[in-house]
Ligand binder design. Structure first.
Ligand code: ADP
Ligand code: MG
Length: 389
């Protein structure tokens, strides 16, 4: 996206002059470790070079004037720092507003409002975390414009999660905001969501690409089902805690889980917990595989992750299963799985360089035939976390 074009758009909407600043926050793709981030487990996301740009200028009053070049229906949405209550009518602006609200709750006094234009090149609502990108972007802008130097990028990630949980009502874990705030080019982030200890792991795959496929479907139960999975895992944890000294499901080895799983009498709940435990262990194993350059093992673990998300956690859907089945039918595909919250959205696949064209052809054609929708493909690179440009 051209920074000058965005600047021009900003000036058309909000007028010229003043100290206009430009920022960017990326979306993310999670390579493995799905639905583990609210279970105290590990995740392994990387920030993308796709994301959301923000052009902002401080105002002299306390108004917020917000405009999205992607979702233009609402036009410029005007609100003020005195009126930070979420509402359906506020649409997408509930995300930036939630960040102002969160800073205020944390004791940061923001007196002046701003004009803000955002423009993304990431599909929204597809599991690549455009919502987290928008939160982190807004957090960085608030920090920079108000001189809150003591606020770190990890704080911004935590504020973003707090905002999404408490302002937007989605009980998401820390992964998405952490990846958007802390990403590093050519690396994925091996993050322990229980301790927030993290390590960058180089994505060293000279013979392969990360290919994201967008199913272009989003089933409406995603938010309610997400919160329900979370409750089921928390209930399973409480049962296991009666006989074990654990803080999260992420503390359990597979052997420990297998020994104690029958204490969870509800078999659906038991399968939810199984996914959380096994997926965490798979993630640890996958990072080790990547570090020793064993992409075949990494891919195999991605395949297992998908099966677990499909059968035990039950957050896939027919459309996404079709994409994964088509993907794994192509030789030259190391692994493929659903990524993101589930019930639609995207898959992530690791595809040999020479097989990328065939991958698009076979998956695209097969998906069109089976589901009647044209899938979209993004061959992505991992990029840096949010920054001022
Ligand atoms: P995901 O985070 O997987 O992309 P979500 O449903 O969590 O999906 O977040 C998508 C929402 O984020 C959109 O419905 C919109 O409210 C907001 N959003 C994302 N990108 C933009 C954008 N470019 N302009 C305005 N709002 C956006
Ligand atoms: Mg989101």
């Amino acid at each position: 996206m051209d920074k000058n074009v965005l600047l021009q758009q900003f000036e058309e909407k909000f007028g010229e002059g003043g100290d206009i600043r430009t920022y960017f926050a990326p979306g993310r793709v999670n390579l493995i470790g799905e639905h583990t981030d609210y279970n105290g487990g590990h995740v392994f996301p990387c920030a993308l070079t796709l994301g959301i740009f923000g052009i902002a200028r401080k105002r002299e009053d306390n108004k917020l004037r917000l405009y999205s070049a992607n979702l233009t229906d609402l036009g410029i949405v005007e609100t003020s720092l005195d009126d930070l209550v979420p509402s359906d009518a506020a649409g997408w602006t509930n995300y930036p507003k939630g960040m102002f609200w969160t800073f205020a709750r944390r004791g940061y006094k923001i007196e002046k409002g701003m004009d803000l234009l955002i423009c993304g090149d990431i599909p929204n609502g597809s599991g690549l975390s455009s919502s987290a990108a928008l939160e982190v972007l807004t957090g960085l802008i608030i920090k920079d414009m108000n001189g809150f130097d003591e606020v770190t990028m990890v704080d911004i990630a935590l504020f973003g999660q707090y905002s999404e949980n408490n302002y937007n009502g989605v009980n998401s874990g820390i992964m998405d905001q952490f990846a958007s705030a802390m990403g590093k080019k050519d690396n994925a982030i091996f993050l322990d969501t229980n301790t927030l200890e993290y390590e960058y792991a180089p994505i060293d795959m000279p013979d392969a690409k990360i290919v994201i496929t967008n199913s272009k479907v989003k089933h409406s139960l995603v938010d309610s089902a997400y919160n329900q999975r979370r409750e089921q895992c928390e209930a399973a944890l409480r049962i296991l805690q009666k006989n074990m000294d654990i803080m999260t499901l992420g503390d359990l080895s597979i052997a420990e889980f297998e020994e104690h799983k029958d204490e969870i009498k509800d078999l659906v709940m038991q399968r939810r917990a199984k996914h959380a435990v096994y997926e965490n262990q798979r993630t640890i194993q996958a990072v080790a595989a990547l570090k020793k350059g064993d992409i075949a093992e990494f891919g195999e673990l991605m395949n297992q992750s998908h099966v677990s998300l499909r059968d035990d956690y039950e957050v896939s859907c027919g459309e996404v299963d079709a994409l994964v089945d088509l993907a794994t039918s192509v030789s030259g595909v190391y692994g493929s799985r659903i990524t993101g919250g589930g019930f639609g959205g995207c898959t992530v696949s690791i595809v040999k360089n020479e097989a990328v064209d065939e991958f698009k052809e076979v998956v695209g054609k097969g998906y069109q035939e089976q589901i009647g929708i044209e899938a979209e493909f993004y061959v992505v690179d991992s990029g840096d976390g949010a920054k001022k440009l």
